[in-house]
Design a protein around this ligand. Structure first.
Ligand code: TXA
Ligand code: MG
Length: 346
């Protein structure tokens, strides 16, 4: 398939290019566009044939439902059975922005979008390029993260071009994604608001608005009864094996240095992913400093995981001790990338 590559500057939106991307979507095509979280692979959410092409391009299992993106809050009214007062509150406070809400779906949404679930996830992104393209499409846009299924989500144009060139009709370069972690997924379809996937909108931000929020245990990739189907799949996995290193912070560096030497003796290429910029004190082949705050680290995490692959790294040690609210989203992605591998320094 021929993939058209275009660039749209988020600070100077080119209306003609957004209209071109929008009409491709409206006509059943697939378009990758930037959002403030990660790049999305979009298709007309009301066109089952178009949505099929998303699953094919990503190699995504058909039992994993998609998020439907809209250009304005009012656009979700025909897509849901009932717009609840709690959903209205969340939308008023946090849309446009990095949170998706789950409500009971209307019959307008084809079953392929929701993987036969009676509910639908909805989001209004704040990225100006995403907003303009969806508005121009004139239809709701189903869009998962634009990575090959199981790989780290794409946060830059180079990532989507690498994964998806030749598999979609158009890729829009709209610079890097600021948040860098996918949206918070908040299930509002039951009695209790439940976070199915942690993200930049945290429980502490939600609770003053809608009261108590529970969290589904999403950190463990081995949970085999997930509420959100996407949680059961292996995620964010680079080719390298990632090992999270926790425990006594004062002894972590020494421990990692020893692990690196042992791995190199085994003939492995080894990397370290850090949040303290100390240079290469580990004797590893490469050190990537992802940033000194959870927000900065979160926005660089997926790019760092991809960089380890570019450098043919076999094994990555990632010290991680943050426990604040925002870090829950970061830890969720890192632990999934590690597929449960944790080394504890006592
Ligand atoms: O930030 C984001 O949310 C990005 C950008 C492109 O908007 N999109 C994204 O989509 O991350 P995706 O498909 O990679 O992740 C959607 C997650 C999956 O874990 C899926 O299982 C869950 O949301 N999900 C979608 N619809 C659902 C539903 N009706 N019930 C439960 N979980 C649902
Ligand atoms: Mg995804």
């Amino acid at each position: 398939m021929q993939t058209k590559l275009i660039a749209i500057d988020p600070l100077h939106i080119d209306r003609t290019l957004c209209a071109e991307a929008g009409s491709l979507l409206a006509g059943g095509g697939t378009v990758i566009f930037p959002t403030e979280t990660v790049y999305g692979l979009g298709a007309n959410a009301l066109d089952a044939k178009a949505v099929e092409r998303i699953f094919a391009a990503k190699g995504r299992p058909s039992d994993n439902p998609l998020i439907v993106h809209v250009a304005s809050a009012a656009d979700i009214v025909p897509l849901v059975e009932r717009l609840t007062p709690m959903a209205k509150q969340v939308m008023t406070h946090f849309w446009p922005g990095p949170i998706s809400i789950i409500l009971k779906k209307s019959t307008l949404i084809p079953n392929i979008v929701t993987a036969n679930h009676p509910t639908v996830a909805l989001r209004m992104p704040s990225h100006p390029v995403a907003q303009s393209i969806i508005k121009n499409a004139g239809v709701p846009v189903a869009a998962p993260s634009a990575n090959i299924s199981g790989k780290p989500s794409p946060t830059a144009f180079a990532h989507v071009r690498h994964d998806m060139y030749g598999k979609v009709d158009m890729i829009v370069d709209g610079d890097v994604c600021e948040v860098g972690l996918e949206s918070t997924v908040l299930d509002l379809s039951g009695d209790m608001p439940t976070i199915l996937r942690p993200g930049a909108i945290t429980p502490q931000m939600l609770e003053p608005v809608i009261g108590m929020v529970t969290s589904a245990n999403s950190a463990s990739p081995h949970d085999d009864s997930p509420k959100s189907p996407g949680m059961k799949y292996r995620h964010y996995a680079p080719n390298a094996q990632v090992v999270v290193v926790t425990g006594d912070a004062s002894r972590q560096d020494m421990h990692i240095a020893r692990l690196c030497i042992a791995a190199k003796c085994d003939g492995k290429r080894v990397g370290v992913l850090t949040y303290e910029d100390k240079g290469n004190i580990y004797n590893s082949d490469i050190v990537i400093y992802a940033g000194g705050t959870p927000m900065e680290y979160g926005s660089n995490l997926f790019a760092a995981l991809r960089q380890f692959d570019d450098e043919n790294i076999d094994l990555v040690y990632a010290p991680f001790n943050w426990t604040d609210e925002y870090s829950a989203a970061v830890a969720n992605r890192l632990y999934k990338a590690a597929d449960g591998r944790v080394a504890r320094v006592e």
